[in-house]
Design a binder for this molecule. Structure first.
Ligand SMILES: [Zn+2]
Length: 483
């Protein structure tokens, strides 16, 4: 029986860049086995050491999650479509009901919002609800940009923004709240200015902090809706758990290259993020946008959908995206929708929750405190760019290995031997184990895994270049392009 398996973008490198693969199989298990038989590298991405499907990989038959069917024993019929949905790293004082908030619109506002006021579903009541609403944007980056613009334009009265970054040149390809003149200034500042230029009636509240277990409940408590535009798993789980504990909706969006995901998590009436992904992927396995890239238009599309869902929640119209995950494939220009179910065993929103307060999310996501610190180096395992330069200048025998992709090598390289991380297992014999090896990538994440791999197969003298070629370009050779 032939079925179609849809391969998500991050895994297509393992299927010869095929977006769909046809395999034989009478059950999900058989179909996936035939997939991994044909594309061997898929095995370790889909299955753990113990042979069971990894917890951050969900499989759907048509639009149903197999966890709510017969799991891997789920029978397949001719022309069924299997989807592999990995988690990718890329929120109303307005009470439900018909209450009309006690706010007034000035004449200028009536005119400004006139195209809203004449839509029956919004009208004066909806517009007042928008004005009374408080929405928190977690992140003023790619997703936060269209969110900030459209929520401000629509008349959301208070927009809170959590962000402590500074505008960089690499942001401007997609983060349209910020301009070339803003490079070097705090994102909060440029976001506030852009929003006020568009709509001076909006109050912007800045939270220039890294959202953490210590401050999240206090910050989120002040808002009706939280919109998650973060780019890392630790913050996603933190935002989710805080929203569940506070009973607030979390409008979720994530992006990677040409793909996006959108849904609304509202544990009071549907599933939460942990119902979908109980555990995060190991650090480094799912590349971030900085490592994997993202098409500049994509956050515009996904962020705008998040803005739409936010406005719908505020005015209480339409069918919110609760219990539905929308997948967007920009290359094919296709939207698909999958059903999400609340997991009764969910550790935070299930029947017997075990997480009742915020935990250490960096630890939960397997990030050790040292990893965020690219300036420090583990003795013996890591090397800084300054130290490497010094040793190369002395003419020491060091084999430099670049584990990035060839298209990244083309942008800038240090003349190192190029072996992409995914090719390392099959090409490892090209490396002389008697020599000292320094591995590098763009920022040091992939090369850390490469170093671990090499040590694991017996290479004794392997060091990871902390901060990667990015740090080299910043601190050793500023003439090199950065990307
Ligand atoms: Zn849950």
């Amino acid at each position: 029986m032939a079925v179609k398996i849809l391969i998500p973008t991050p895994l297509r490198v393992y299927t010869g860049h095929n977006a769909t693969v046809e395999v034989e199989g009478a059950t999900v298990e058989e179909a996936l086995r035939n997939l991994t038989k044909r594309f061997g590298e898929m095995q370790r991405h889909l299955y753990g050491e113990n042979g069971s499907l990894r917890s951050y990989v969900n499989v759907y038959v048509n639009d149903e999650d197999i966890r709510y069917l017969d799991r891997e024993k789920t029978p397949l019929e001719e022309s069924d479509t299997l989807s592999i949905i990995p988690s990718i790293a890329g929120g109303v004082g307005v009470e439900a009901g018909n209450a009309e908030p006690d706010v007034r619109l000035q004449n200028e506002e009536v005119l400004r919002y006139s195209r809203h006021l004449i839509i029956p579903e919004i009208g004066m009541k909806g517009q007042k609800r928008l004005k009374a609403s408080r929405v928190l944007l977690v992140g003023a980056g790619g997703l936060g940009s269209p969110l900030g613009f459209y929520l401000a334009a629509a008349g959301v009265g208070t927009i809170g923004i959590v962000d402590f970054d500074v505008v960089e040149l690499t942001n401007l390809q997609r983060q349209i709240l910020h301009t070339t003149n803003d490079i070097g200034t705090r994102k909060l500042e440029s976001a506030r200015r852009a929003i006020h230029d568009l709509n001076p009636h909006v109050t912007v509240v800045g939270h220039e902090v890294r959202l953490s277990s210590e401050n999240a409940l206090e910050i989120l408590a002040d808002y009706d809706i939280v919109v998650d535009g973060t780019d890392n798993f630790a913050t996603r789980y933190l935002v989710n758990d805080a929203c569940v504990i506070l009973g607030k909706p979390n409008v979720y969006g994530s992006i990677f290259r040409f793909d996006g995901q959108v849904t609304v998590f509202d544990a009071t009436r549907g599933p939460c993020y942990r119902c979908l992904y109980p555990a995060p992927p190991p650090p480094g396995l799912v590349p971030s946008c900085a490592e994997g890239g993202v098409l500049g238009v994509l956050p515009g599309i996904i962020g705008t959908l998040q803005a739409l869902e936010t406005v719908k929640l505020i005015v209480g119209q339409g069918d919110p995206l609760i219990g539905r995950l929308v997948l967007f494939d920009g290359l094919q220009l296709k939207f698909r929708e999958l059903k999400l179910k609340k997991d009764p065993a969910c550790p935070v929103c299930g029947e017997h929750p075990v997480i009742r307060e915020l935990i250490d999310y960096e630890e939960f996501c397997g990030i050790s405190p040292a990893e965020g610190n690219h300036d420090g180096a583990h003795e013996g395992m890591d090397i800084t760019v300054e130290k490497l330069k010094e040793r190369l200048d002395r003419g020491e025998d060091i084999l430099l290995v670049d584990v990035r992709e060839p298209h990244e090598y083309e942008i800038v390289n240090l003349g190192a031997k190029l072996i992409p991380l995914r090719k390392l297992p099959e090409r490892v014999q090209e490396l002389d184990p008697s020599r000292e090896i320094v591995v590098h990538c763009k920022v040091g994440e992939r090369s850390e895994r490469a170093a671990e791999f090499l040590r694991g197969v017996g290479y004794r003298n392997v060091k990871n270049l902390v901060g990667g070629i990015r740090a080299w370009a910043e601190r050793v050779d500023p003439s090199l392009p950065r990307y």
